[in-house]
Write a protein that binds this ligand. Structure first.
Ligand SMILES: *Cc1c(COP(=O)(O)O)cnc(C)c1O
Length: 336
């Protein structure tokens, strides 16, 4: 695997920390819990999209692009990080926010990531849910091309094979850090959505023969569909890197038991997870992704899915900015 042959810019303060969670490990009396702090990637309040954007913006610049076009849900962390990355390299950006979550509190549509998108200063357009958002991106790109721009399209979540390379890098970091610590990692667990994170991690672990199993806790799609989507992107990433042999099909595993009412819809488990990690370890999760991912991890620990003595690494993919869009759920009583 040779990542140095790909166009890349530097956006991430890497390596991000790999930390032990002593209080939660003791409290739960289960496996040893570690956390990979990809919430602290360093760009625009951090998160997992920053790693993908190193390769995506690198590719955009190599192609002579002038304008980044991407899309996401209203509270998209991907959109926020993409605008900031584009700004850093003097690229313009147009972003489409899909009203995927309806009926939420006013904060959801104006605070958190939406506020930061406005400060970062992209051209923001909204779309109702139910459209093919990739078609919408293509139409916007066409409009920009007619206006003399050179648009570069980044799919939702930055999840194509180029973006997934960022998570091959994260897997390599986890391998190096666990070697330094003398830590045998038995499982990696994280929240999975548009699939680039999981595809990159799986390719990173399988392609380096370390074979650390990855479990994606889905925030949207049912298990079979999520696994199929991750496997498809993992194979494309595997091929892009020119790794020999086949990606083992059973290296892709997702659990969709913690989605609740749907993408971005709060669950009791999410609220508990956000409070537990904040109150015992001083770490902020987010309401849409890492909160549900950690809720899944907590439930699986309580059900005995992981054994005592095993070492689990939860990849914290960021998103705490989204908390400000969910104040009515997380702090329904005003403090003052
Ligand atoms: C996008 C995102 C994820 C999911 O990552 P994918 O690569 O889209 O599967 C998880 N957590 C946070 C905070 C995110 O913003």
């Amino acid at each position: 695997m040779n990542l140095s042959t790909f166009a890349r810019v530097r956006l991430t303060q890497a390596p991000t920390a790999l930390e032990f969670l002593p209080n939660l490990t003791r409290l739960l009396e289960g496996p040893n819990l570690y956390i990979k702090r990809d919430d602290n990637t360093g760009l625009a309040l951090g998160g997992n999209k920053t790693r993908k954007l190193e390769f995506l913006i690198g590719d955009a610049l190599a192609q002579g692009a002038t304008h980044i076009v991407t899309q996401g849900a209203t509270q998209s962390n991907h959109v926020r990080q993409t605008i900031a990355a584009a700004n850093k390299f003097a690229l313009k950006s147009t972003v489409l926010l899909e009203e995927r979550v309806t009926g939420a509190h006013a904060d959801y549509y104006s605070n958190g990531n939406v506020l930061l998108d406005q400060i970062f200063g992209a051209t923001i357009e909204t779309r109702p849910s139910g459209l093919d958002m990739n078609n919408e991106l293509v139409a916007v790109a066409e409009r920009l091309r007619n206006a003399g721009e050179k648009p570069y399209l980044i799919p939702g979540g930055g999840s194509n094979a180029i973006g997934a390379l960022g998570y091959v890098v994260s897997a390599q970091e986890i391998i190096a850090q666990s070697n330094d610590l003398g830590l045998r990692v038995d499982h990696v667990v994280h929240a999975t959505g548009s699939t680039g994170t999981q595809a990159g991690l799986v390719v990173g672990f399988q392609g380096s023969n370390s074979h650390i199993p990855v479990l994606g806790i889905s925030v949207r799609a049912p298990k079979e569909r999520q696994e199929e989507n991750v496997r498809k992107l993992a194979r494309q990433t595997w091929d892009l890197l020119g790794i020999r042999g086949e990606l083992p099909p059973d290296s892709v595993a997702a659990n969709s038991d913690y989605v609740g009412g749907g993408y971005g819809v709060p669950t009791e488990g999410m609220i508990e997870a956000v409070q537990l990690l904040a109150r015992h370890e001083g770490i902020l999760l987010d309401p849409v992704y890492s909160g549900k991912g950690f809720a899944g991890l907590l439930d699986l620990i309580r059900k005995g899915y992981f054994r005592k003595g095993e070492n689990i690494v939860f990849v914290h993919t960021g998103g705490a900015v989204g908390l400000f869009g969910y104040r009515s759920v997380l702090a329904p009583q005003a403090a003052f």
